[in-house]
Design a binder for this molecule. Structure first.
Ligand code: ADP
Ligand code: MG
Length: 499
């Protein structure tokens, strides 16, 4: 069915695994027979091929999801849906090492980060396994001899499109709430990183997912993503990715007034007041920007530093950034892996060029010379950045920090909010009054105080402004997959008598 992907070590001949996509409970090739290559970003070698799904494959998957929805999944008890999710979580935990290794080989990220991702993936399935039995309706006190209710029902067939930065975790964030709600799913992973979800799909049948309840169609955006968005039987699209594609999806979904939720990019401010704990602050700036090679939608890539600590802060951050150990993700000593693709490395490198013209370089600023292979970029810190500069306004999605000085609280808030995005923000200070004032002023869907990036399945995730709308995780996440039905049960034996 699916053989294990192995990273070709340098000089070793690569062993290319042939993956198939998962439709209607079976692993299948694309109807058109085409495939695309999947890479190891550390070796630049091809590690696998995947079916290049197109409209016909999407249609097969959607039809399977329709049959599964009307044929039973929507009436499977909430308890059983919950148990399926618990069993999925158990499989992720049981296969943690294998899935984490595959994730690292395919995405480039350090193995330790992949292991955390697997834990978060399992936790997400568990959380929604528990939530499945807590989706309640309400009884409403209407002024009539009646029982009036609001019932919750699954929205139907959900189309889900995810990015390449947290491949299996993003799949769990999407699949878990949809199944808890009683929806069936057609998921399209990113073409760069389809392997981990296909690996987990090997267990779908064993955990009790009937054929068609979760389908995974591989392919690129225009080939497989666009027909999924346009399919008339898909009632809801959940998308995580770039703002550019988010706009395309919203336009396309408008034709059928499909429900849409969008988790798009960000250029999140990470604000450091001079009274913050200095060492923690410097660590927080680096962690906020460089975790996962900076390929994080909530990356705190706009670092705002108060003037009286500005110089010291830039120097300390730069000194630390220069010690970050780059290398293949499979090496346990690695602190930063290569970027996911040559395309992404080139995109980030082009921003480094822009940045060198717009600001001063404190650390990095290019691609490292010491590797023969691998799509690496140096952890880079630009300083004296104007907030209007491209490197302060545009999402780079790589290990690039833009440091901007500010004078006082009012100026920090103004700069922080001067962005088309509003996904996340963080503020570092020991003054709780200041912390709360800033929290209340920031236009962002997630605000951290004296930390940046901790993410928990219990808490809502999503953005303001051009970072999109809709919320994932927590009980908000399941709302995205539910309709609300008003039910009025008349108890008056002569209810009308008008004519
Ligand atoms: P990036 O450019 O960083 O890869 P994208 O937003 O293009 O980010 O990709 C995120 C996801 O959206 C991927 O799964 C990709 O295949 C998908 N995608 C890209 N273009 C489209 C499109 N036109 N319609 C639907 N999905 C798309
Ligand atoms: Mg794209």
């Amino acid at each position: 069915m699916v053989s294990t992907a192995r990273a070709p070590g340098k000089g070793r001949k690569s062993e290319v695994a042939r993956y198939q996509m998962y439709i209607d409970g079976k692993f299948v090739d694309a109807a058109g027979g085409k495939t695309f290559d999947v890479y190891d970003p550390a070796t630049e070698g091809v590690i696998a091929t995947c079916p290049a799904g197109e409209a016909e494959d999407v249609d097969r998957a959607v039809q399977a999801a329709v049959r599964a929805f009307y044929g039973g999944w929507r009436s499977v008890s909430a308890q059983e849906r919950g148990r399926v999710l618990f069993r999925l979580a158990e499989r992720v935990r049981a296969r943690r090492a294998e899935l984490a290794e595959l994730e690292t080989i395919n995405s480039g990220k350090p193995i330790v980060e992949s292991e955390y991702d697997m834990d978060d993936t399992a936790t997400c399935f568990e959380y929604y396994g528990g939530l499945a039995t807590k989706i309640n309706g309400e009884v409403l006190p209407v002024p009539a001899d009646a029982i009036a209710m609001a019932m919750r029902e699954p929205v139907g067939i959900a189309g889900q499109i995810i990015p390449w930065n947290y491949p299996l975790m993003m799949a769990a964030w999407k699949i878990a709430p949809a199944l808890a709600a009683g929806c069936t799913v057609v998921l399209k992973p990113a073409e760069q990183t389809p392997l981990s979800i296909l690996k987990l799909a090997e267990d779908f049948e064993a955990v009790g997912l009937p054929p068609g309840v979760v389908n995974v169609v591989t392919g690129d955006g225009p080939g497989a993503g666009a027909p999924l968005v346009a399919h008339p039987k898909v009632r809801k699209i959940a998308f995580t990715g770039s703002a550019e594609v988010g706009k395309l999806i919203m336009r396309s979904a408008a034709d059928q007034l499909k429900r849409v939720s969008l988790e798009l990019g960000g250029k999140s401010p990470n604000i450091f007041f001079s009274d913050a704990d200095f060492e923690n602050a410097v660590d927080g700036a680096l962690f906020g920007t460089f975790i996962n090679q900076g390929e994080v939608c909530s990356a705190g890539s706009r670092v705002l530093v108060q003037q009286d600590i500005y110089k010291k802060f830039v120097d300390a951050a730069a000194a630390k950034a220069k010690t970050i150990r780059l290398g293949p993700g499979v090496d346990r000593e690695t602190k930063m892996g290569p970027l996911v693709s040559a395309e992404q490395r080139d995109r980030v490198a082009s921003y480094l060029k822009v940045g060198r013209g717009e600001a001063k370089v404190a650390a990095g600023g290019g691609t490292p010379k010491e590797f023969d292979t691998g799509w690496y970029v140096e952890p880079t810190i630009f300083y004296d950045v104007d907030n209007g500069a491209r490197i302060a306004q545009e999402e780079i999605f790589g290990p690039v920090m833009s440091v901007i000085p500010f004078r006082d609280e009012a100026e920090a808030i103004r700069i922080a909010n001067e962005s088309p995005y509003g996904l996340a923000a963080a503020v570092w200070t020991r003054d709780i009054f200041k912390a709360f004032r800033v929290v209340k002023s920031l236009e962002a869907g997630i605000v951290w105080v004296n930390h940046m990036q901790p993410t928990f399945v219990e808490a809502p995730w999503g953005g303001y402004k051009m970072s999109g709308f809709g919320r994932e995780l927590g009980h908000w996440g399941v709302e995205e997959y539910l309709e609300t039905k008003q039910v009025f049960i008349n108890l008056d034996e002569k209810p009308i008598g008008w004519y």
